[in-house]
Design a protein around this ligand. Structure first.
Ligand code: BG6
Length: 466
C-alpha cells in the first residue's frame, strides 16, 4: 500500500512498457481509489517534450470508453509531470531531484518510488544515479524493476550484486505482473479454502498439470528485444513458473507475502533442472494464407535467428506431494488464439462399470474472460445409464458484476535465484548447440505439429469438450 506524500517516478516513460502496462496500471489504481489522493507521478525519459505533449501521450496510452473515465483521466493527468534527461548523467538526475523537491514542498515526508520501465542495459547505471542524486532525505525509497532480471543464473546474480551496495532487499521490488492477475491470486483461495480440492491435490489423484500461455500475435516490431530472450525467458521462467509454484506449494502459515514466498521457494528448491529431452521448441513461419509474416521476416529480427517463439516443456517436483506428476508448460506467440489457463487433469476413474469415460479436469482460465470450471461426468438424462461430460462453470463476468482488478506483485531474490538455477542449463544448452533449430509452425496455428504427441507422451488425454 502506498503511503501518503509519495512521488512515483516512471523512468522510461515514453517506452513500450510504460505505454502498455505502467500508465494504464497507475490509472487503474487511481480510478479504483487505491492511490493516495496526494500522490504525484513524474515521467522521466530521454525524449525531449514539454508537459503538454507528455500529457497527450499519457492520454493516448489509456482507453476511455465512457465520459466518466475520460473525466477521471483528466483528473489523473493533473497529478502527472515530466522531466526529460539522460540515463547516464548526474546533471540529468540532479534536474530530476530539483523537480521532485519542488513538488514535495510542504510535505511531511518524502516517499519516493522509482519504477524502471527501462531496458536492462541501463538498470544498473540508473539505479546508481538514483541512489547518488535522488535518494530521499526522509521517508522510504523503493526501486521497482521489471524482468528481464538477467539472462541466466550468472547474469541475474551479477545484476543483484550491482544493485546491492545501493539498495537493500526491502527496497528492491521485482515485479511479475502475472502474480497480480485475479485468477492467479485465486489459486490460493481455491486450493486452501475448499476442502474437496485440498484433499485431492496430490500425486494420488492428479495425473498431470498443464499451464498454457497463447498469444495470437507475433513480435511485431519488438523483435529486437525478443530475439535476445526468446519465449522461455520472456514468459516461462517468470510468469508461468510463478503460476506453477502457487499451484504446487504447501499451505503457507498465513497469506502474508513473506510466508507465501517462503513456500514458493521451497517448491522451487525441490525441482531439478529441466532436461532437454523434456522440451520442444518452435518458431513461427508465414501464416497458411500468406497474410501474416513469419518471425524471421520481422525487420527487427536477424535472418538466421534460432530464437524460439514457442516452447513446451515438462517440469517435475521431487517431493511427496508431486513426485512423478508432469507439469507441462506451453507458451507461444503467433498462435491461433489468446488464452492463458491452468488445466489440472485428474486420473482415470477405476475401470469396471465405466469404459473410457473422460477424466475430471479443473480449469482456471486466467485470461481472457476469467473463469473456473470443472469437467465432470454426469448421467445423460433419460432412461439409459449413459454418461455425459458436463461443466460446473464459474464465469467471473456472470457471477461478479463489478470487477476491480489491480495488477502487480513481486518476487523475492532467493525465488529468482532458484528459478534461474532450474532453467539455466537448458537455456545454455539451447544457446550453445547451433544444430538445434526450432520447429516451424504457421502463424495462427496451434503450434508445432508434434505438440499433441508430446503432451500425450506425458499422460495428458485430450477429450473433445474443452
Ligand atoms: C510480458 C512479455 O512480460 O508479458 C510479453 O514480455 C507478453 O511478451 C506479456 O506479451 C503478456 O502479458 P499479458 O498481461 O498481456 O498476458
Amino acid at each position: 500500500e502506498l503511503k501518503e506524500d509519495t512521488v512515483v517516478v516512471v523512468l522510461g516513460a515514453s517506452g513500450d512498457l510504460a505505454k502498455k502496462k505502467t500508465f494504464p496500471a497507475l490509472f487503474g489504481l487511481y480510478r479504483n481509489a487505491y492511490l493516495p489522493k496526494d500522490v504525484k507521478i513524474i515521467g522521466y525519459a530521454r525524449t525531449k517534450m514539454d508537459h503538454e505533449e507528455f500529457l497527450k501521450r499519457v492520454k493516448s496510452y489509456i482507453k476511455t470508453p465512457t465520459k466518466d473515465i475520460e473525466q477521471s483521466l483528466e483528473q489523473f493527468c493533473k497529478m502527472c509531470t515530466y522531466v526529460s534527461g539522460q540515463y547516464d548523467k548526474d546533471e540529468s538526475f540532479n534536474e530530476l531531484e530539483k523537480h521532485m523537491q519542488e513538488i514535495e514542498k510542504g510535505q511531511k515526508e518524502t516517499n519516493r518510488i522509482f519504477y524502471m520501465a527501462l531496458p536492462p542495459s541501463v538498470f544498473i547505471p540508473v539505479s546508481e544515479h538514483l541512489k547518488r542524486c535522488c535518494y530521499p532525505k526522509s521517508g522510504i525509497a523503493r526501486i521497482i524493476i521489471e524482468k528481464p532480471f538477467g539472462k541466466d543464473l550468472g547474469s541475474s546474480r551479477e545484476l543483484d550484486r550491482a544493485l546491492r551496495p545501493n539498495w537493500t532487499e526491502d527496497e528492491i521490488f521485482r515485479i511479475d505482473h502475472y502474480l497480480g492477475k485475479e485468477m492467479v491470486k485465486n489459486i490460493l483461495i481455491l486450493r486452501f479454502g475448499n476442502e474437496f480440492f485440498g484433499a485431492t491435490w496430490n500425486r494420488n489423484h492428479i495425473d498431470n498439470v498443464q499451464i498454457t500461455f497463447k498469444e495470437p500475435f507475433g513480435t511485431e516490431g519488438r523483435g529486437g528485444y525478443f530475439d535476445e530472450f526468446g519465449i522461455i525467458r520472456d514468459v516461462m521462467q517468470n510468469h508461468l513458473l510463478q503460476v506453477l509454484t502457487l499451484l504446487a506449494m504447501e499451505r503457507p502459515i498465513s497469506f502474508s507475502a513473506e510466508d507465501i514466498r517462503d513456500e514458493k521457494v521451497r517448491v522451487l528448491r525441490g525441482m531439478p533442472s529441466i532436461e532437454p529431452k523434456n522440451v520442444i521448441i518452435g518458431q513461427y513461419e508465414k501464416s497458411l494464407d500468406g497474410t501474416k509474416p513469419g518471425y524471421k521476416e520481422d525487420d527487427t529480427v536477424p535472418k538466421e535467428s534460432r530464437c524460439p517463439t514457442f516452447a513446451s516443456m515438462v517440469l517435475y517436483i521431487k517431493n511427496e506431494r508431486w513426485d512423478g506428476v508432469p507439469f507441462i508448460l506451453k507458451a507461444g506467440k503467433a498462435l491461433n488464439e489468446q488464452k492463458t489457463e491452468v488445466r489440472i487433469q485428474y486420473k482415470d476413474v477405476t475401470s469396471g462399470i465405466f469404459k473410457d469415460i473422460p477424466r475430471n479436469e479443473l480449469v482456471m482460465r486466467v485470461q481472457p474472460n476469467e473463469s473456473v470450471y470443472i469437467k465432470m461426468n454426469s448421467k445423460l438424462p433419460g432412461l439409459s445409464m449413459q454418461t455425459v461430460v458436463t461443466e460446473l462453470d464459474l464465469t467471473y463476468r456472470r457471477r461478479f458484476s463489478d470487477l476491480k482488478i489491480p495488477e502487480a506483485n513481486f518476487v523475492r531474490d532467493d525465488e529468482l535465484d532458484a528459478s534461474w538455477r532450474m532453467f539455466t542449463p537448458l537455456l545454455h544448452y539451447l544457446d550453445d548447440n547451433k544444430e538445434i533449430i526450432p520447429m516451424g509452425y504457421p502463424y495462427g496455428s496451434r503450434g508445432p505439429a508434434v505438440l499433441d504427441d508430446f503432451t500425450a507422451s506425458y499422460g495428458y488425454k485430450f477429450s473433445d469438450a474443452s
